[in-house]
Write a protein that binds this ligand. Structure first.
Ligand SMILES: C[S@@+](CC[C@H](N)C(=O)[O-])C[C@H]1O[C@@H](n2cnc3c(N)ncnc32)[C@H](O)[C@@H]1O
Length: 295
């Protein structure tokens, strides 16, 4: 019988660094916005079977691909930046050396044209798993005055690239338009009934909450996908009788500033997992939405 499961997943029991140790090449830590390996593994185990194909159209250093291989799936990723694509290839090689049984492939390119990049995969994927980039301010490694003894905040590894074409550097409407096109292309790669899973979290800009999960939900439906489930993947750990904080410097900083202004807002301790399905019969595209091709 299937394991009884709830819509909250305890995926933050170990910090990201610990989850990656020995499983990913060390240079992977340079990427500013990686998916938690425990989230990727659980999504893959839940929504695909051994031997099936998993695709990540924005694969970064290849977390989805590596976890898929370890679970006996085959995986293909696309990444805009050559430097991250090379690291994804290195991570796939590392996984194979560690005994992962699946096979993997990485293509460097722009997933807004994913149908052109992966013409051989149309209708073949069981699962698309991805997460969009969302600005640089929530990412990277940080040391504050408290850590360094020097005035100000020091940040590094907080840029995806210097390339303005990267969706990470687009204003929110352009990011959503690009992401909608990527999802529409991915819907074509899915077999009928296949799952598209997106991990995404809200973030704050100058104190204001940006509901990115809500926006992603909207553009995914415009791309012809059907909304099926919403799961909270914990980024904090569950201790005995209390939560183990794993919030980033930025999140804590934003929350503390708000409390100082008398606004009791909270550091985000979960990632939304939005689950969509490709309908069994093709959906009608909404004119002017994600299925448009403006190449
Ligand atoms: C949130 S990160 C994904 C990280 C990945 N899940 C991992 O764990 O390494 C989003 C990635 O999308 C890439 N990206 C941005 N625009 C893209 C595009 N048009 N096509 C493909 N990848 C893109 C960025 O360079 C970044 O690596």
């Amino acid at each position: 019988m299937a394991e009884v499961t709830s819509s909250v997943w305890a995926t933050g029991q170990q910090p990201s660094r610990v989850q990656r140790r020995g499983r990913y090449v060390p240079e992977s830590m340079r990427h500013p916005g990686k998916m938690l390996p425990s989230i990727a593994a659980r999504v893959i185990a839940t929504y695909s079977r051994p031997g099936e194909l998993v695709v990540d159209p924005m694969c970064g250093i290849g977390t989805t691909l590596v976890e898929a291989l370890h679970l006996g799936r085959h995986a293909t990723g696309v990444e805009y930046e050559e430097r991250w694509a090379r690291l994804a290839v290195a991570n796939l090689g590392h996984a194979r050396k560690k005994g992962a049984s699946g096979s993997g492939r990485v293509v460097a390119g722009d997933s807004r044209h994913i149908g052109r990049l992966l013409p051989d995969l149309t209708g073949r994927a069981a699962l698309v798993l991805t997460s969009p980039p969302y600005g640089t301010y929530t990412h990277g490694h940080v040391r504050s005055t408290r850590d360094t003894g020097e005035p100000g905040v020091r940040k590094w590894n907080h840029h995806y690239s210097a390339n303005p074409g990267n969706l990470a550097h687009q204003p929110l409407p352009a990011l959503l338009e690009g992401f909608s096109r990527i999802l529409a292309g991915c819907a074509e790669l899915l077999r009928p009934g296949g799952v598209a899973a997106v991990t995404v979290r809200p973030y704050r800009v100058r104190g204001e909450l940006v509901d990115l999960p809500g926006q992603v939900h909207r553009v995914a439906e415009q791309a012809g996908l059907v909304f099926e489930d919403r799961i909270a993947c914990l980024l904090c750990g569950l201790g005995e009788g209390h939560l183990l904080n794993r919030a980033s410097f930025f999140q804590l900083h934003e929350a503390r500033k708000a409390w100082a202004r008398g606004l009791p807002v909270h550091a985000i301790a979960h990632e939304d997992l939005l689950v969509f399905r490709r309908p069994q019969t093709p959906a009608t595209a909404i004119p002017g939405a994600g299925l448009r091709d403006s190449r």
